[in-house]
Design a protein around this ligand. Structure first.
Ligand code: ADP
Ligand code: MG
Length: 725
């Protein structure tokens, strides 16, 4: 290839690149390295005095308040352990509302008066930290003059040592709150919501005779989709580099209609990356093993085993950082953007949800006896009520400028939130619904306390991939979350709306029983009432079809298409009431989240718009002009030589070039326009003016990609980025 564009240099770079050697005959048994760098229960049991160990375990497993007296002993043991692991620093790790992970690093060594240094790490340092919080979004919760924020140890999420060539770090998962105790992060509400849900679940279990069920928590198993691209290409694409997605690029002639990718062979280089990531994740105690190709070329998935919600959320964040770091080591970039390539399937992060504990397992598993099944059905009914009543909140929890490109784009569930129960469970609820009506014909009526459920497969074959919220045998799978998001947001919503629904169920049952109703009948009545009132949210059909959009509207299910339609759900009166009642967010916290959501939307689209203008003006326009000049020169030369010149190529390049110029001018004007004072006005301007202007630029540019001479085209193409690994 002649020419010397950045793109052509990138291709040469890819050709010359030799990936690092990975030993495929790895002798390390996963069991040996698993949790090697984790301050786990086993480590604690070995290193802590018995009484201290018992106290910490009581907090972790039974939710008992943390005894401050044990902190010094834990800190001392943690420090010794970390120093043995080569740690020189410790860090409070927290999860600010940017969605990223933040760390405040400190040295273990503290100078003492004789000029030497001592390794210090006291209980108070373990329990609380004070990072400079002024640079994190707070949505008005903190005035800059009181920019202090505090981190506080989450005892229930294990500390770990993160290896780094420049010295290892002891990492302590923490919450991040303002001076007044208001949440500035994703972990605080997650812990609060988990507790609220646990308390209500316990009431249901008590009604079913499990007085000593033990602390109930939510479980979360996230499935993470991601793309890998060669770093040479990544660095040659200012759009990928700065916004995480391609703002230009014609669809590849070889697209994903080539089914051979899905579950196909994994390229050797990717396999090397996966082995490396697995080893690192195992050391950190993150149980991630699954690996297969996703639908799109260059796309893959990792699904860790489910864990307690807050631990899963921390692990998920750690997983993303680890993937990014290790991909670079293998000369690749790991993309977590929801839609890095237009017209190619995007990436989601399915949040598998259940609730339970170690003894009982998942409470969303059908049982063997009628009694167990009645309990299972109450928990399922609670999910149905929760999702129907608060579908707007679930939608809002996955709202972002980046996920807007994916939801409803025929690859991910639509923005309409519905529940898939599977044929059998749906049938069970249909029968229950008929329990109320005497005129049921055809199908039977289920009698709670008598009938056993038909055997429900724990792994239903008929997975409905188009449903945003699907029952999959022992859990519900929320499929709308975006790949970049922390799972904490969706988990907070699910926990909180489940707390409300379980509270409702428990109160109904308790009241009925107190009034003398027989327990089984009370359950029967409750289930019938819930499925009658909230059954509209159950949908087993094709969520991608246009018919569903119409039907959903008839059923009264909201269709909140974009982020700006969804975010106001956070601050409706009923949402505020819900979050206050279960002490997950107060009014101010809720408003701050709404504000931040709106700000982030405007920010994201704004950055993309400026990038589109820059790339369009400085890379694409010049390439097209050069090509136009070359063709015009050719036409001129032919004419001068008296040869009849074909001007069709000149016309072909000139038309989209003219469009591109006009579109760039429009985009520039839209960027310069006064968008208004408030964040909301700015966000609306982004949606109404910037996005369409960007689309117009892209459409002209993508046309030119198919016209301009290959050796002049400046950006690596979809074909190159997606198929060369
Ligand atoms: P699929 O792609 O078929 O949906 P995967 O095996 O890729 O399934 O992922 C299943 C995910 O569900 C895993 O993360 C797993 O840990 C999680 N999971 C399984 N059982 C539960 C449960 N009871 N609660 C929460 N998550 C679960
Ligand atoms: Mg899945």
């Amino acid at each position: 290839m002649s020419g010397n564009t950045v793109r052509l240099q990138a291709i040469k770079g890819v050709e010359a690149y030799v990936p690092p050697a990975v030993s495929f005959t790895d002798t390390e048994a996963p069991g040996e390295i698993f949790g090697e760098n984790v301050f786990s229960k086993v480590v604690m049991q070995k290193r802590l005095p018995k009484s201290v160990y018992k106290s910490v375990i009581a907090t972790i497993e039974r939710g008992a308040p943390l005894d401050p007296l044990v902190a010094d002993a834990v800190a001392a043991a943690m420090k010794d352990w970390a120093l043995e692991k080569g740690a020189t620093h410790y860090a409070h790790v927290f999860y600010p509302l940017t969605g990223l992970t933040a760390e405040k690093h400190d040295s273990f060594l503290e100078p003492v008066s004789d000029g030497s240094a001592l390794a210090e790490f006291a209980g108070k340092t373990l329990i609380q930290g004070e990072p400079d919080a002024s640079s994190f979004p707070n949505g008005g919760l903190r005035n800059t003059f009181e920019a202090r924020g505090y981190t506080g140890w989450d005892v229930t999420s294990p500390a770990y040592v993160l290896e780094n060539p420049n010295g290892n770090t002891l990492c302590i998962p923490t919450v991040f709150v303002s001076m007044t105790g208001e949440a500035l992060d994703h972990k605080t509400p997650l812990l609060r919501s988990q507790q609220a849900m646990g308390i209500q679940a316990q009431r249901i279990l008590t009604l079913f005779g499990h007085d000593d069920a033990g602390h109930i928590v939510s479980f979360c198993g996230p499935e993470q989709e991601y793309f890998l691209v060669d770093r040479h290409f990544f660095l040659a694409r200012p759009d990928l580099l700065n916004s995480g997605r391609t703002l230009f690029g014609a669809k590849p002639p070889k697209g994903q209609e080539f089914d051979d990718h899905y579950f196909g062979a994994i390229p050797e280089r990717v396999l090397g990356f996966m082995m490396d990531t697995e080893r690192e994740l195992f050391k950190l105690g993150i149980p991630a093993k699954t690996r297969h190709n996703e639908v799109a070329p260059g796309q893959f998935e990792v699904a860790p085993m489910f864990e307690r919600g807050n631990v899963a959320a921390d692990h998920q964040q750690l997983l993303m950082t680890t993937f990014k770091t290790i991909a670079k080591k293998h000369g690749m970039e790991c993309l977590f953007h929801e839609k890095p390539f237009d017209g190619v399937n995007g990436s989601g992060k399915h949040v598998n949800f259940s609730l339970g504990n170690a003894d009982l397992g998942s409470l969303l598993v059908p049982g063997d006896t009628p009694h167990d099944n009645a309990q299972f059905l109450v928990f399922c009914a609670a999910v149905i009520r929760a999702v129907h009543k608060y579908s707007g909140l679930l939608r809002a929890s996955v709202a972002s400028a980046t996920n807007d490109h994916r939801l409803g784009a025929n690859e991910a569930p639509p923005a309409i939130i519905s529940i898939f129960l599977g044929d059998q469970l749906a049938d069970v609820f249909e029968q229950i619904a008929k329990g109320a009506a005497t005129s049921s014909k055809g199908k039977g009526v289920m009698h709670i306390g008598v009938d056993t459920l038909p055997v429900l497969p724990t792994d239903p074959g008929d997975r409905n991939r188009t449903s945003p919220f699907a029952f999959t045998g022992n859990r519900f799978e929320f499929r709308a979350p975006g790949s970049m998001q922390t799972v904490a947001g969706p988990m907070v919503m699910i926990n909180t709306i489940m707390a409300e629904a379980l509270d409702y169920c428990a109160t109904e049952l308790e009241t009925a029983v107190a009034a003398g109703t027989e327990f089984d009948s009370a359950v029967q009545n409750l289930l019938t009432e819930i499925i009658t009132t909230h059954g509209a949210v159950v949908f087993n059909g094709d969520g991608y079809s246009e018919k569903w959009q119409l039907e959903a509207a008839e059923r009264g299910l909201p269709n909140l298409r974009t982020t700006l339609d969804a975010l106001p759900e956070l601050i409706t009166e009923s949402a505020m009431e819900l979050f206050e009642k279960y002490k997950v967010f107060n009014h101010r916290e809720m408003h701050s989240r709404y504000e931040i959501g709106v700000e982030q939307y405007a920010l994201t689209v704004g950055v993309e718009a400026r990038l589109t203008l820059e790339i369009g003006s400085t890379l694409i326009l010049p390439a097209a002009v050069r090509y136009q000049t070359e063709v015009a020169g050719n036409v001129g030369a032919l004419k001068a030589a008296g040869v009849e010149a074909d001007t069709s190529t000149l016309a072909e390049v000139t038309a989209p070039l003219t469009d591109l110029r006009a579109a760039l001018a429009d985009l520039k004007a839209a960027l310069a326009a006064d968008a208004g004072e408030t964040a909301l006005a700015e966000a609306e301007h982004a949606r109404e003016a910037l996005l369409p202007a960007m689309a117009a630029v892209r459409s002209a540019a993508d046309l030119l990609e198919g016209i301009v001479a290959d050796d002049l085209w400046p950006l690596p193409t979809y074909q190159e980025m997606l198929f060369i690994l």
